[in-house]
Design a protein around this ligand. Sequence first.
Ligand SMILES: [Mg+2]
Length: 188
Amino acid sequence: MKIGFDIDDTLINLREHAFHIYNKKLNQNIPIEIFHSLPTLEIHKPFGLSDQEGQEMWKNTMENIYFSDCPPFPHALEMINELKNAGHEIYYITSRPFAHCERTRSWLIQAGFPVTPGSFFCGMKDLEKINIIKELGIDYYFDDKPTVLETLRDLGINVYVKNSSYNKHLDLPRIECWSVWKKIFNEK
Ligand SMILES: [Mg+2]
């Protein structure tokens, strides 16, 4: 099978990692419960930042957020490696900016994710993600972002949403924790 994954907030806990970095950088101590109830993808509001300040903050902190020690979600590494060893094709499809693509690829490998030639797609806008997923003939696709998933579902691809506080409204099969991965693939 061909199995595709978004990276940030699907395989790795990036926003929460960024939230800790913001607390440190802004010398604040906003409780993590606030993070877990955020209705938006963006995390800057609780820090008292305007949308523009939030965008600046993300841009200026991106390098640190991406290439420090962001933890994979529990069981994500085990899942990907076992799927790969069982002969499935694993694809990574991320919207991270082009400037960070090569380092992201290296970071993934260093973090223990198997990345083979032709399996890593980076710098993808939403529509490009959708097109590449169609082109590759992906059987299963996992992401946290509502718009991408809704479009793919309408194309008949098996899609799952990785649970986040900002995507609760989405009526799709939902992954709370990757510990359920065997059940997903055995069911079909
Ligand atoms: Mg994501």
